[in-house]
Write a protein that binds this ligand. Structure first.
Ligand SMILES: Nc1ncnc2c1ncn2[C@@H]1O[C@H](COP(=O)(O)OP(=O)(O)OP(=O)(O)O)[C@@H](O)[C@H]1O
Ligand SMILES: [Mg+2]
Length: 253
């Protein structure tokens, strides 16, 4: 069975960090290979995973147009281009959407990404999609099925208001998902912040503390796959994956 986790939410609240931590947690659990998808045109997931995505689906688009003019079937081209842009690494593969070249429309890159994901996700037990802020990508249904939708916000009234707005938007745009989790990130360790979202059908409300090591990893641009698995933040992610997806770390109680 292959399952897809899509992460979205407010800008700058830790979506990419969470995506990196989740990929790390899945690798720790041996749920590999993971397909990591950078669906944010402002590509960052590669750095967080310690690899370099030089080709992106957005760039590939231009080439597909040229080659299609030469009469090669679109499916063959797509498969060839996926092979060109896929970054293969230990425990995961990464594919990035990037941004379309020139003044083109992002819908086209999204369309390509949708086709790419339809072809690819079933080959992986888990797909983790890091989205840009908002619900643009998801509303365009880039993923064939989202099993776990994660909305990330910050611990503030405005952050929680944004979560509510995103939820309303997801309903309005008929975004389909299996489970819904809200992650409130960067909660100060001394704070008792726990928003009341009981009026929303949220399957999990999860908090991740503000953490000096995570901040430092970000400052230094280090791969979160090097983040220690026994670090409290990594342990929180393991608990999250176990609760929400039934993924357990081997050997852990
Ligand atoms: N729990 C945390 N504790 C400390 N720092 C964190 C934590 N989570 C994320 N950060 C830091 O916050 C910054 C923003 O995180 P990140 O890039 O993951 O956010 P984002 O939501 O993906 O942003 P964008 O909307 O631009 O895509 C990074 O420098 C990251 O290292
Ligand atoms: Mg990001």
């Amino acid at each position: 069975m292959s399952r897809t986790i899509a992460i979205t939410g407010k800008g700058g609240t830790g979506k990419t960090t969470l995506a990196g931590l989740i990929v790390g947690g899945l690798i720790r659990a041996g749920a590999t290979p993971v397909l990591a998808v950078d669906a944010d045109p402002n590509m960052c997931l590669d750095e967080v995973l310690g690899v370099r995505a030089t080709q992106s689906v957005g760039r590939v688009r231009e080439k597909i147009r040229d080659d299609a003019a030469a009469g090669i079937s679109k499916r063959t081209l797509l498969e060839r281009k996926i092979a060109e842009s896929l970054v293969e690494a230990a425990g995961f593969d990464l594919i990035a959407m990037g941004r379309p070249e020139g003044p083109g429309c992002y819908c086209y890159a999204n369309n390509i990404l949708r086709e790419v994901l339809a072809l690819m996700t079933r080959q992986y037990p888990f797909t983790v999609i890091d989205n840009e802020a908002g619900l643009e990508n998801l509303s365009r249904r880039i993923a064939p099925a989202v099993d776990l939708l994660v909305l990330v916000g910050d611990p503030s009234r405005r952050g929680i208001a944004t979560i509510r707005r995103l939820y309303a938007l997801a309903r309005e745009m008929d975004v389909r998902y299996g489970k819904l989790a809200v992650v409130v990130n960067r909660v100060r360790p001394a704070s008792a912040f726990r928003p009341d979202l009981s009026d929303l059908p949220v399957d999990a409300l999860f908090t991740l503390p503000e953490d000096d090591d995570l901040a430092r990893w970000g400052e230094e641009g280090r791969s979160l796959l090097e983040f220690p698995g026994d670090h409290p933040a990594a342990r929180r992610i393991d608990a999250f994956l176990k609760e929400q997806l039934g993924v357990a770390i081997r050997g852990a109680a």
